[in-house]
Design a protein around this ligand. Structure first.
Ligand SMILES: *[C@@H]1O[C@H](CO)[C@@H](O)[C@H](O)[C@H]1NC(C)=O
Ligand SMILES: *[C@@H]1O[C@H](CO)[C@@H](O)[C@H](O)[C@H]1NC(C)=O
Ligand SMILES: *[C@@H]1O[C@H](CO)[C@@H](O)[C@H](O)[C@H]1NC(C)=O
Ligand SMILES: *[C@@H]1O[C@H](CO)[C@@H](O)[C@H](O)[C@H]1NC(C)=O
Length: 488
């Protein structure tokens, strides 16, 4: 006997056309998403259950308040909760009271991971037909395919161009009285033995190497003595080695997309955190560094993990903003990948509304930055999308460019903290290394300009106006170089 299978989208189209009158009951009749047994399905089963392209990211409508198990049950998914799944999302802070981060097992062995505190979302492996049916359910706000993500690190030849030995460095912070006359509030100090990128952002002109090797800690950095005190910088990355001595106890991990693994088992995240706020390599040496691990030991992740990490930063910002010692928040994200994700844009918009500053790397494909996301959203939301330069102020050969890049910062041969031990440094390059310099300057400016603390759009304009107008050779984009306002 032939069975008749009604296409669910067709059925929904039929239902919505017949139910054109406004619904008083606010909800359409429920339709099961998983309409038939997987084992008997003629649809191809996604080959690799860990392949993000077989997964979807789903955000619930705001008025959906029911328990997860009930929601999935109604969709036709029999679930049972799984504790401590290695790919589960976990928050170190106590904002799990509403069961935001739960993992559910399905009959076919795949998992649903729920996340979010300012919104309710989940990720799961589905057939495309199931995803199409689910997208039409009235309790679903956004549904999109998951995607793999990478970082703004230049991979080839650049992991360790030059492992800098852990040599003693003159870290005397001497008052630069001749500078402080010109300065805003607070005393300006000078760090000797800094990496080149820090000298560049406190100088008017391109660095003159004068025989100094570009990876030597032989440069000078002038900045405010109280650089970024109290500002929270969320590092959405591979994690932070919080024990590195250069963080001086100011770094902690608050979220992971990998079970209970809060370690930086790559090294990208410890390096970018070091450029924001480490003592020796950092732009703003007193910030709080809050680690959000969304990249694994291979420096890879998924759109779902990034979204969960961004949302965890937003949720933490909202909680922190009620505390007495709160100054302001920056999210620093040297990551890109996938197309324009509505879910990511949604979180970025809510961050802007909540007064959170965002800096993103423009990525490294030497192409139009408007097609690299999430940085390419700089046309829709007030975020920094950072291109990279070399010591002569040329565009770094790898850096993306074009109208979506709205500032430049140094990004080649950058020395910063290493994850493998608690003392050493590492040299990396990429727009990944330029983005955290901007995050650091945002933190500096937040301390000096209380009126900009919760105003990302005004901060963007302010930092663009402080930037040095210069010819960034080869960059068909903002001809401006990040500067901290201490122009020697
Ligand atoms: C699914 O397939 C199995 C094996 O071919 C069969 O025994 C079972 O009856 C089928 N179930 C349904 C619901 O068609
Ligand atoms: C948990 O849910 C309650 C009731 O909906 C809400 O008031 C509270 O803010 C939620 N907590 C968090 C951390 O989201
Ligand atoms: C450290 O820097 C200060 C200030 O420039 C300088 O006076 C001092 O000689 C330096 N010390 C060493 C060991 O280089
Ligand atoms: C780094 O510091 C932590 C905490 O003190 C310690 O457990 C760890 O062994 C140290 N790592 C190395 C490589 O020394």
């Amino acid at each position: 006997m032939k069975s008749i299978i009604i296409s669910i989208p067709l059925l929904l189209a039929f239902l919505s056309s017949t139910l054109a009158a406004p619904l008083t009951n606010s909800r359409l009749p429920r339709v099961k998403v998983r309409a038939r047994s997987l084992a008997n399905s003629s649809l191809p089963v996604p080959e690799d259950p860990n392949d993000p392209s077989a997964k979807y990211v789903v955000i619930l409508a705001d008025d959906e308040k029911r328990k997860w198990a009930d929601i999935f049950d109604e969709m036709g998914f029999a679930t049972n909760e799984v504790k401590d799944h290695p790919q589960g999302f976990s928050a170190a802070e106590a904002h799990t009271e509403n069961h935001s981060f739960q993992t559910f097992g399905l009959e076919d062995g795949s998992h649903i991971q729920t996340f979010g505190t300012t919104m309710r979302a989940f990720t799961m492996q589905m057939f495309q037909s199931e995803a199409e049916s689910m997208r039409d359910l009235p309790n679903i706000a956004i549904l999109e395919k998951d995607f793999p993500v990478a970082t703004g690190l230049v991979e080839e030849s650049s992991y360790e161009i030059n492992e800098v030995p852990d040599e003693p460095v003159n870290m005397t912070m001497v008052p630069a009285s001749e500078l402080s006359k010109r300065q805003q509030q607070g005393q300006v100090v000078q760090q000797n033995g800094a990496p080149w990128n820090l000298e560049r952002i406190s100088e008017t002109n391109a660095v003159a190497l004068r025989g100094r090797g570009v990876t030597q800690l032989a440069f000078n950095y002038a900045a405010d003595a109280n650089g970024g005190t109290g500002v929270d910088v969320y590092m959405v990355d591979s994690g932070i080695n919080v024990n590195h001595v250069e963080f001086g106890g100011r770094a902690k991990m608050i979220f992971t997309a990998f079970g209970q693994n809060f370690r930086d088992d790559h090294f990208h995240g410890t390096h970018t955190a070091g450029t924001v706020g480490s003592r020796r390599y950092g732009v703003a040496k007193n910030v709080n560094l809050l680690g959000i691990k969304v990249l694994d030991s291979r420096n890879q992740g998924s759109g779902a993990g990034i979204l969960a990490g961004m949302e965890a930063a937003l949720a933490s910002h909202l909680r922190r903003s009620k505390e007495q010692n709160f100054v302001g928040s920056v999210m620093s994200m040297s990551i890109g990948g996938g197309g324009p994700s509505q879910a990511q844009l949604n979180v970025l918009q809510r961050m802007a509304q909540a007064g959170m500053h965002v800096s993103i790397s423009a990525m490294n494909d030497n192409r139009d930055a408007c097609s690299a996301f999430p940085g390419g959203f700089s046309r829709q939301v007030p975020i920094f999308n950072v291109g990279a330069t070399d010591p002569s102020d040329g565009k770094a050969s790898f850096s993306n460019f074009g109208p979506c890049v709205n500032i430049h910062a140094p990004g080649t041969n950058i020395v910063s903290t290493n994850a493998n031990d608690n003392q050493s440094s590492r040299v990396l390059q990429g727009t990944s290394m330029a983005c955290p310099a901007v995050s650091g300057v945002i933190a500096l400016e937040m301390v000096k300009n209380p009126n900009l603390r919760r105003d990302p759009r005004a901060m963007l304009q302010h930092i663009q106006s402080m930037a040095i107008r210069t010819n960034i050779r080869g960059a068909n984009s903002a001809q401006i170089m990040l500067n901290n306002g201490v122009r020697r």
